[in-house]
Ligand binder design. Structure first.
Ligand code: PLP
Length: 515
């Protein structure tokens, strides 16, 4: 029996084999309430005698309905649950645009220092000078790497940063008496959050078509510019993994027309330390610390999406921010004039600031540039190894940190991009990003990041080439039945998202508590 990269059996054929092999390693984990019963407790507590309640008749009448488990039982449940999921710590995770890079353990060690981990946002600032110093240092790095005048640390995700950046642009347009500008230009290849942000703020979104080569044409931007346009939202490097060659001309044309340039900086990891977006003429850009600076994503998060601002937008930065002078560091909570107020309750995700600054300091300025170059090199290595068997929609440009294929190589095979992704699960890899960006058919967007070794990239490429060969040879069962070695087979993903089953109901009624 062959094993996949996660040490699980692969090519097991029918579902029946799985019960004897794969499923044994991937049990269907019951809920805590199904494992434990409510009559026992994991700890021995003395009986409590309550003679009279002080709750005025509001005390609960039934039992608490908590499962009684011992510590090892509870711990094993959560460890088993964690193994049902794919993670960057367990395997290669080439999810394009998401930048699933390794989270260095040094970051975690620093974030757990009591001076950072145990502080409270309402503590007097005199007691948190070290934390403010760290925020100030992080701000300095972000402004230096981007060559911008100000930074707002508080947004809690890339999308939240987009909202803040576009709010700053709106405030700046209003301040100039240009509040009638109601249109935002967004290229077709943009991440969905870009048009969503613009629409959320009441702007009409005007799409800019992509050129044949996957980049944005300055003349298409010029044609779309008018006295109604407030801003352009442009991703660079773009979501096709390409550096926009005309980005400076686009910035100049946008400014000439009285609009601002919002740059989606989610792909900053490809150019950090090499290109300063401020030099390209951007006015606002969010940076996903959880992508570029190796802080954990999602369930391991939370995220952080600081926004850097040009001199024109700096007066509209939100509060609070850190100010340093001879007297020490303070959190500025109120400002006069155009500032936007708060975008989040306190000062943002402290734990992520610590992790991101740790990544920056442990790499140094030269190391960050090297990491960006290595990420680009790794993506180009995958491109070079796969390009003979896969189809490249934009073959002419060198790719940046991610490589985009379309599904032309699968035509006539009966295998789709979705099938291909599912087959990768059986091989122990997280699939690449599928069907995004929308500008190519059946997109497969692969982002290896700088953290992967050549050995891992080769393992992945070997599997990808083997799958492509099988698809062309008509071995469709390997695709249409996949995934076989996963806790779940194919889900109705739309229904799972729209009608999630979030409530568990006990079948037997609980015994009434003694009055
Ligand atoms: C990830 C991403 C975003 C959104 O960032 P979140 O932190 O997930 O909100 C926006 N644009 C692009 C291009 C991205 O890759």
């Amino acid at each position: 029996m062959s094993m996949n990269t996660q040490g699980r059996p692969t090519h097991t054929g029918t579902g029946a084999d799985i019960n004897a092999t794969g499923a044994a390693l991937l049990p269907n984990e019951p809920l805590l309430f199904e494992i434990g019963d409510t009559h026992h407790s994991g700890v021995d507590l003395p009986e409590v005698e309550i003679s009279s309640s002080r709750l005025g008749g509001f005390e609960r009448k039934s039992g608490l309905d908590l499962a009684g488990l011992t510590e090892p039982e509870a711990m094993r449940h959560y460890v088993r649950l964690s193994r049902l999921n794919h993670s960057i710590d367990s395997g290669f995770y080439p999810l394009g645009s998401c930048t699933m890079k390794h989270n260095p353990r040094l970051n975690e060690k620093m974030a757990r220092l009591p001076g950072f981990a145990d502080i409270h946002p309402l503590q007097p600032v005199s007691t948190v000078q070290g934390a403010l110093e760290l925020m100030n240092e992080l701000s300095h790095w972000l402004m230096t790497l981007t060559n911008t005048a100000a930074v707002a640390l508080t947004p809690k995700a890339g999308a939240h940063g987009e909202l803040l950046g576009m709010m700053a642009i709106k405030a700046a347009q209003d301040a100039k008496g240009q509040g009638h500008r109601k249109v935002v230009l967004v290229p077709e290849s943009a991440h969905g959050t870009n048009p969503a942000t613009a629409a959320f703020l009441g702007y009409a979104v005007k799409a800019i078509p992509a050129r044949e080569d996957g980049t944005v044409d300055v003349s298409a931007v010029k044609d779309a510019l008018s006295p109604d346009v407030a801003a352009i939202m442009l991703t660079n490097p773009n979501t096709c993994g390409l550096f926009e060659p005309q980005v400076k001309e686009i910035a100049a044309a946008v400014h000439e027309a009285g609009a601002y340039f919002y740059c989606d900086g989610a792909n900053f990891n490809a150019i950090m330390g090499v290109v300063r977006p401020g030099d390209l003429g951007i006015d606002a850009m969010h940076i996903n610390l959880h992508k570029t600076f190796s802080t954990p994503h999602g369930g391991g998060g939370p995220g952080a999406g600081p926004v850097v601002l040009s001199e024109a937008l700096a007066p509209f930065a939100p509060v609070p921010f850190v100010r340093k002078d001879d007297a020490g560091l303070e959190l500025v909570e109120h400002t006069e004039g155009g500032a936007l107020g708060r975008i989040s309750a306190f000062h943002g995700q402290m734990g992520m600031y610590v992790r991101a600054l740790t990544y920056m300091l442990s790499h140094g300025a030269d190391g960050l540039a090297q990491a960006a170059k290595d990420a680009v090199l790794n993506a180009n290595y995958i491109k070079a190894r796969l390009k003979s068997a896969f189809s490249l929609p934009f073959p002419d440009y060198p790719t940046m940190h991610e490589v985009l294929f379309d599904d032309a190589f699968l035509s006539g095979t009966g295998v789709t991009t979705l099938d291909f992704a599912k087959a990768l699960i059986d091989e122990g890899f997280h699939p690449m990003t599928m069907y995004f960006p929308l500008v190519v058919h059946g997109a497969m967007l692969i982002e290896p990041t700088e953290s992967e070794s050549k050995q891992t990239l080769d393992q992945f490429c070997d599997v990808m080439l083997d799958l492509a060969e099988d698809a062309r040879a008509g071995n469709t069962a390997r695709f249409t039945d996949a995934p076989l070695n996963a806790p779940r087979r194919r889900l109705d993903e739309t229904r799972a998202a729209r009608q999630p089953v979030l409530r568990w109901e006990r079948k037997d009624p609980l015994p009434q508590a003694a009055e």
